[in-house]
Ligand binder design. Structure first.
Ligand code: GCU
Length: 613
C-alpha cells in the first residue's frame, strides 16, 4: 500500500509540474513589431475614491446593465434622464503615463480612476482577430468595451491583453473604459510597504493588436545552452500558435542564411538549427540578428542576440569567459519630471546614464521595467537583472499570494524571454528569513527554472553585519544560482570605514554579488565627510566600499549599487535632506552627477581593464 501511495504522490507532483510549466499566459509577445493601432494619447477620466462607478450605495457590485455603472454610456437618453457621471475633455489625462505627475491633485492619490477613450476601427473587410494590449497598468485594471467587460488584470508592471469579440466592435465611436485602482493591499505583489512611489495609472502603451485567425502567440529563439564554443553554434527554441491545427511555419535568420520550414501538428513546434558564422552577443559586441517567423498569414520580425550565461566553479561565465558585473540599480522613473519612465527616449536616457558610469549591467529594480528598456539594453550591450516585486514582507503563507507572484513571473518571462540582455531573473528582494518565506521563494525559483533554463535565478538577500567575517548562509541561497546580497555598511550601521573591518564568505560555492550598497548624498550639500547626507559622506562611503571590493574573495562576481538616480519615496521624510526623496542616487533629481559618481566610475574603469583585457 505504501508503495502505491508513493507512486501516487510522485505522479501528483509530476502533474503539478507539467501543469505549472505548461500554464502559459495568453500574452501576445513582440507587440512592438505586430500590426497595431495605438490608443496612446489623451483619454478622459473620472476620479472615483468611493468606487461609485463600480458599487451601488449598498456596496454591491453593479451588474452589467446598471445605467449608473461608469462603464456604460454617459450619454443622456433625453433631457429628463439622470446620469451622475460623465467623461468630458475638461478632465483629460495622458496615456501612457502615471497620473501622479500629471496634476497636483494626483500626487498622493491612491484609489480608483476611470479612464475613457473613444476609437474607430474599420474591420468590415478583415477576417482578423483583435486584441487590446496594455504594456502595464498599476495596479488593478477592469476593462470594458461598449458596456461589456473584457477582463480584469492585477499586477502593476507586466503586460496583458484581452481579445475583443468581433461582434462587440463598432466601426465608429467604440467606448473603451478602464477602471484603474492603485490602492496598496497586504495580499498583493508588492504588498503595502515599499520604498518607492505608488505611481498609479495606465503607465505604459495601449494598442489594438490585429492578428490572423490562427497567429503566432509566442516563440523562443535562443543559443542552445553551452553552444558558444566551436565553429558550429546551435540556435534552438520553439514556436507556439494560438490555436491547434496543422500549419507550416518558417524560421528565418537572413544574415546567417537560415531558412527552416517547420510543420506544426498541434499548437507548437520545436526547432534546432546550426550556424558557422554566428557572432555572439556580449557587452562589447551587442550583436542582434533579424529573426523572421512567418506563417501563411503572418510575418513577425524580431531582433535577437545569442549568448550563453552560466556558472562554472563559482564564477559567472558569459560565452565561456568569466564576467564581472559593473552594475547599477535603476528604478523606472525620470526624476527630472518626477514620473514613471515609459518610452524609448526614457530608456535611452536611463541607460545612457548607466553607460556614463561605465556600467555593463543594470538591476531593473524592483519590478519588470517597460519593454523599451530591455530592448534598448539588448542594443546597447547592457546586461540586465529583471525582478518581480516580491519585496520585503509579503504574505508568505498564502497560496493566493504565491499564485499572484507566479503570474507576474510568467508575464515577465513570457514578454522578455528572447532578450539577450537579460541574464538574471530575480524572484524578490530582502524577504525575511523564515521557513514559510524560504519555501515560498524556492517555489518561485522552481517556476523560473520550469519556464527558462537559459538564465541565472537570483533573489536579493540581506546582510547587516558591520565587522568581522560576514558569511552568507541564508537558506534561500541553496536554491538560487548566485548569492546576491544587499549590504549598507556605514549607512544603516556603523560608519563607512567599518567596511575595512569586514570580510565576506558564502556557505554556498556560488558567485557572490552585491545587489545593493549605497548612501544618501543631498546634492549640493558640501561639508566634511563625517556630515551625514553631505555629498562628501556619500563619496567617503563609496571610497571605503571600493576598498572592500578590492579585498573580496575569488567568487565576487560584481555589484549593482543603490542607485543610479535619486527617486521618490513616501518613506523618506527629512524636511531638508529628503522631502519625499530617497537621495542615494549617483545622479541627483536634475541629472547632475554627485561626487560619489566619480569614485564608482574610476573603480569600473579599473575593473573593465582587468576583465576585458
Ligand atoms: C533596501 C531596498 C531598496 C531601498 C534601499 C534603501 O535595500 O531594497 O528598495 O530603497 O534599501 O534603503 O534606500
Amino acid at each position: 500500500m505504501k508503495k502505491f501511495k508513493t507512486l501516487l504522490l510522485i505522479s501528483v507532483i509530476a502533474l503539478l509540474l507539467i501543469n505549472d510549466a505548461k500554464a502559459q499566459s495568453n500574452l501576445i509577445t513582440n507587440v512592438l513589431n505586430r500590426k497595431t493601432i495605438s490608443l496612446n494619447g489623451t483619454w478622459q477620466y473620472i476620479i472615483d475614491p468611493y468606487e461609485t462607478g463600480f458599487y451601488d450605495y449598498r456596496r454591491e457590485e453593479r451588474n452589467a446593465n446598471d445605467r449608473e455603472a461608469y462603464w456604460n454610456t454617459d450619454k443622456f437618453d433625453n433631457k429628463t434622464d439622470r446620469k451622475e457621471f460623465g467623461f468630458i475633455d475638461k478632465y483629460a489625462i495622458k496615456v501612457p503615463g502615471d497620473w501622479n505627475s500629471q496634476d497636483e491633485k494626483f500626487v498622493y492619490y491612491e484609489g480608483t480612476v476611470w479612464y475613457k477613450k473613444s476609437f474607430d476601427v474599420d474591420l468590415a473587410t478583415s477576417n482578423e482577430r483583435v486584441f487590446l494590449h496594455f504594456g502595464a497598468v498599476n495596479y488593478k485594471a477592469d476593462v470594458y468595451l461598449n458596456g461589456k467587460k473584457l477582463g480584469m488584470h492585477k499586477g502593476g508592471f507586466t503586460a496583458f491583453n484581452f481579445e475583443i469579440p468581433k461582434t462587440l466592435l463598432k466601426a465608429k465611436d467604440n467606448f473603451l473604459v478602464v477602471k484603474v485602482d492603485n490602492k496598496r493591499s497586504i495580499d498583493e505583489i508588492p504588498t503595502i510597504n515599499t520604498d518607492w512611489w505608488n505611481y498609479g495609472g495606465i503607465t505604459r502603451d495601449v494598442n489594438l493588436v490585429f492578428v490572423p485567425q490562427n497567429f503566432v502567440q509566442d516563440y523562443s529563439v535562443q543559443l542552445a545552452k553551452g553552444s558558444y564554443a566551436g565553429k558550429f553554434k546551435t540556435i534552438e527554441g520553439w514556436i507556439k500558435l494560438n490555436t491547434k491545427g496543422q500549419e507550416n511555419v518558417w524560421l528565418e535568420i537572413p544574415e546567417l542564411k537560415i531558412k527552416q520550414e517547420l510543420t506544426i501538428n498541434g499548437d507548437s513546434v520545436a526547432f534546432s538549427v546550426k550556424s558557422s558564422s554566428l557572432q555572439l552577443w556580449s557587452s562589447k559586441t551587442p550583436k542582434l540578428y533579424q529573426v523572421i517567423i512567418r506563417t501563411k498569414n503572418e510575418k513577425i520580425i524580431d531582433k535577437i542576440g545569442f549568448r550563453n550565461i552560466e556558472i562554472q566553479g563559482g564564477k559567472l561565465i558569459l560565452n565561456g569567459k568569466p564576467v564581472f558585473l559593473r552594475g547599477i540599480s535603476v528604478h523606472e522613473e525620470i526624476p527630472n519630471d518626477v514620473r514613471r519612465a515609459y518610452s524609448y527616449k526614457d530608456a535611452q536616457h536611463l541607460l545612457g546614464q548607466a553607460k556614463e558610469l561605465n556600467a555593463n549591467m543594470v538591476r531593473l529594480a524592483h519590478y519588470p521595467h517597460n519593454e523599451y528598456m530591455t530592448r534598448a539594453a539588448d542594443s546597447l550591450g547592457i546586461m540586465v537583472w529583471s525582478e518581480i516585486p516580491v519585496y520585503w514582507t509579503i504574505d508568505f503563507k498564502s497560496e493566493e499570494v504565491l499564485a499572484k507572484a507566479k503570474t507576474q513571473l510568467e508575464e515577465m518571462i513570457t514578454r522578455d524571454r528572447n532578450r539577450a540582455s537579460i541574464i538574471i531573473w530575480s524572484v524578490g528582494n530582502e524577504t525575511p528569513v523564515n521557513k514559510e518565506r524560504t519555501l515560498f521563494m524556492s517555489r518561485l525559483v522552481k517556476k523560473v527554472k520550469e519556464m527558462d533554463q537559459s538564465r541565472i535565478v537570483a533573489a536579493a538577500l540581506e546582510s547587516f553585519g558591520i565587522q568581522g567575517v560576514q558569511t552568507i548562509e541564508d537558506p534561500l541561497g541553496e536554491f538560487t544560482d548566485i548569492v546576491a546580497v544587499n549590504q549598507y555598511i556605514g549607512w544603516y550601521g556603523g560608519l563607512p570605514d567599518n567596511s575595512r573591518k569586514v570580510s565576506w564568505a558564502t556557505k554556498y560555492d556560488k558567485p557572490l554579488f552585491f545587489s545593493e550598497t549605497g548612501a544618501e548624498g543631498f546634492s549640493g550639500l558640501h561639508a566634511d565627510s563625517l556630515t551625514r547626507f553631505s555629498e562628501e559622506f556619500q563619496e567617503w562611503y563609496y571610497k571605503e566600499q571600493v576598498g572592500m571590493f578590492k579585498r573580496m574573495p575569488a567568487n565576487f562576481a560584481g555589484l549593482s549599487p543603490w542607485i543610479l538616480n535619486d527617486f521618490r519615496s513616501p518613506r523618506r521624510n527629512h524636511p531638508v535632506y529628503q522631502e519625499g526623496w530617497n537621495n542615494k542616487g549617483l545622479f541627483d533629481h536634475n541629472g547632475k552627477k554627485k561626487k560619489a559618481f566619480y569614485v564608482l566610475k574610476a573603480y569600473y574603469d579599473e575593473m573593465e581593464k582587468l576583465y576585458d583585457k
